[in-house]
Design a protein around this ligand. Structure first.
Ligand code: RNT
Ligand code: ZN
Length: 412
C-alpha cells in the first residue's frame, strides 16, 4: 500500500473522501501578487516606495522589467500546484512611453493579458495610490486639495475599466481592489472631514456602472502605516459600512488589524452579510511587516473558516507580502504552497463531527479531536496532490529555484 493509500484509508475512517478533497483544492484559485518579485517597485521608475509600507532587505536578483518579472513568475508557477491568478498593480503597465496614472488604458496592460491567456491564468488589479509625486504627503482620495483628489479619482476610474477588460478577455472575474495610504502621523484635528472626502471620492469612482459579472470591486482597510501612526482615513469601520451600503466587497488584509484581532474570526461575520469577501493573506510580525506567509495557526484558522463556512467560492484569496531579504521566487513558492497546504488541511478536517461536539457541549471531545487531527497524515495527501499536479513534492522545488538563481537571477 502506498503512503497515499494509507492516508486515504485513515481519512475515510473519519468520513473524508481524499479524492473529492483533491478535486476541490485543484479548483481553488489564489491570486499571486506580482509585487513580491520586485519589492513593489513597478515599471515606472517612480523612486522610493511610499505610503507607509516597506520592503526590507537587499537580496540580489530582483526583477527590473516585464520580461524579468514574468520569467520569475513562470519559474514560481512551475513549482506551485494548481491554476491560479496573478495580481497586478497599476504601476506595472507595459508601455513604450510614460503614461501618467490618470490616463492608463486597458491597452497599457496588453502584454499582461497575453501573458495570462497563454498560461490560462486570471488577472486581478489594484490602482496604485502611492510611490507617486501626487501622493508625496500620503494623502490621495481624501486630500483637502480638489485637484489632487481629481487625479486619484480619475486613476481609480481607469483602473476599474482595466480590471473589467481583464475579466472580459480572460473569461473569469477580475478583482479591482482599492487601498489608499491616507492618514496622519499625529492626532488629527478633524477625523470626519477626510472620511467625508473619501466617501465622496469612492461614490464618484463607483458611479460608473461596469459589468459586474467580470469585475468585482473591493475596498481594503488598514489600522496604521509607518509615519501614519495616529489616524487612518480608510479604517475597518469606514469601509465595512461603505461596502455594506454600496454593494462593493470588503477586503481584509490580516496585517491590518490590532495584533490580538484575527481575520479568521471576522470571516463568518462578514459572510453572513455579504455574498463575497476578499482577503490579502500576509504575516504581520509586531507590525504590518508583510513577512512571507508561513503555515502557522492563524493561516490554518483562516482556511478552516473558509472551508467550514462552505465559502471556497465566496472568498477571493490573494497573497500580499514583500520580503526583499530572501530569494524572491522562493518567497512566492513558499507562501503559495503554504496557503494551499492550509486549505488542504482544512478540507481534510471532519468539521461536522467536531461541530457536533460543540453543539452538544462536549468540549473535551472537541479539544481532543482538534488536537488529534494535527497528527493525521496530511503530508501524504499533499505529496499526492503535488504528484498529480506535476510539481515537485516536498522540498525538491528548492533545488530548482537555486538553479534558477545561479543561471538567471545572479546574472542581473
Ligand atoms: C498596504 C496594503 C496593500 C499593499 C499592496 C501593495 O498595507 O496591504 O494591499 O500591500 O497593494
Ligand atoms: Zn494588502
Amino acid at each position: 500500500m502506498s503512503y497515499y493509500e494509507y492516508a486515504k484509508e485513515l481519512y475515510a475512517g473519519l468520513g473524508i473522501d481524499t479524492e473529492a478533497v483533491l478535486n476541490t483544492l485543484a479548483n481553488v484559485k489564489i491570486s499571486l501578487h506580482c509585487w513580491q518579485g520586485d519589492d513593489v517597485n513597478g515599471f515606472e521608475n517612480a523612486g522610493e516606495l511610499s505610503g507607509g509600507i516597506a520592503a526590507t532587505g537587499n537580496y540580489p536578483g530582483k526583477a527590473r522589467n516585464f520580461e524579468e518579472l514574468t520569467s520569475d513568475l513562470d519559474e514560481a508557477l512551475k513549482l506551485i500546484p494548481g491554476t491560479h491568478k496573478v495580481n497586478l498593480h497599476a504601476s506595472y503597465a507595459v508601455t513604450d512611453r510614460p503614461v501618467d496614472r490618470d490616463a492608463l488604458r486597458p491597452e497599457d496592460f496588453r502584454a499582461w493579458v497575453d501573458y495570462a491567456k497563454d498560461r490560462s491564468l486570471g488577472l486581478d488589479f489594484n490602482p496604485t495610490l502611492f510611490s507617486h509625486p501626487k501622493a508625496a504627503d500620503s494623502l490621495t482620495l481624501s486630500h483637502s486639495d480638489p485637484a489632487i483628489r481629481r487625479f486619484w479619482v480619475d486613476h481609480c476610474k481607469c483602473c476599474r475599466r482595466i480590471a473589467e477588460s481583464f475579466g472580459r478577455e480572460l473569461g473569469q472575474p477580475s478583482l479591482d481592489n482599492i487601498w489608499i495610504p491616507d492618514g496622519y502621523k499625529e492626532v488629527p484635528a478633524d477625523r470626519l472631514g477626510p472620511r467625508m472626502r473619501l466617501k465622496e471620492s469612492l461614490d464618484e469612482i463607483f458611479a460608473e456602472k461596469l459589468d459586474g459579472s467580470v469585475l468585482y470591486d473591493s475596498v481594503e482597510s488598514k489600522v496604521f502605516g509607518i509615519g501614519l501612526e495616529a489616524y487612518t482615513v480608510g479604517s475597518h469601520e469606514f469601509y465595512m459600512n461603505y461596502a455594506a451600503k454600496n454593494g462593493v466587497l470588503c477586503l481584509l488584509d490580516n496585517g491590518h488589524f490590532h495584533p490580538t484581532e484575527t481575520v479568521s474570526d471576522k470571516i463568518p461575520s462578514m459572510l453572513l452579510f455579504s455574498d463575497k469577501l476578499a482577503l490579502h493573506v500576509t504575516r504581520p510580525m509586531r507590525w504590518d511587516s508583510d513577512h512571507v506567509v508561513r503555515l502557522d495557526d492563524e493561516l490554518r484558522e483562516i482556511a478552516n473558516e473558509i472551508v467550514r463556512c462552505n465559502a471556497l467560492d465566496r472568498v477571493l484569496i490573494g497573497l500580499d507580502y514583500f520580503d526583499a531579504s530572501i530569494n524572491r521566487v522562493a518567497a512566492w513558492v513558499i507562501g503559495m504552497r503554504n496557503m494551499e497546504k492550509a486549505l488542504l488541511s482544512a478540507l481534510l478536517t471532519p468539521h461536522a463531527t467536531i461541530k457536533a461536539f460543540q453543539d452538544a457541549g462536549d468540549f473535551t471531545s472537541l479539544l481532543a479531536m482538534q488536537e488529534e487531527m494535527k497528527s493525521y497524515p496530511f503530508a501524504e495527501v499533499w505529496d499526492e496532490y503535488c504528484r498529480r499536479q506535476e510539481v515537485p513534492a516536498r522540498e525538491s522545488w528548492l533545488a530548482e529555484v537555486q538553479k534558477y538563481e545561479r543561471d538567471v537571477l545572479s546574472k542581473r
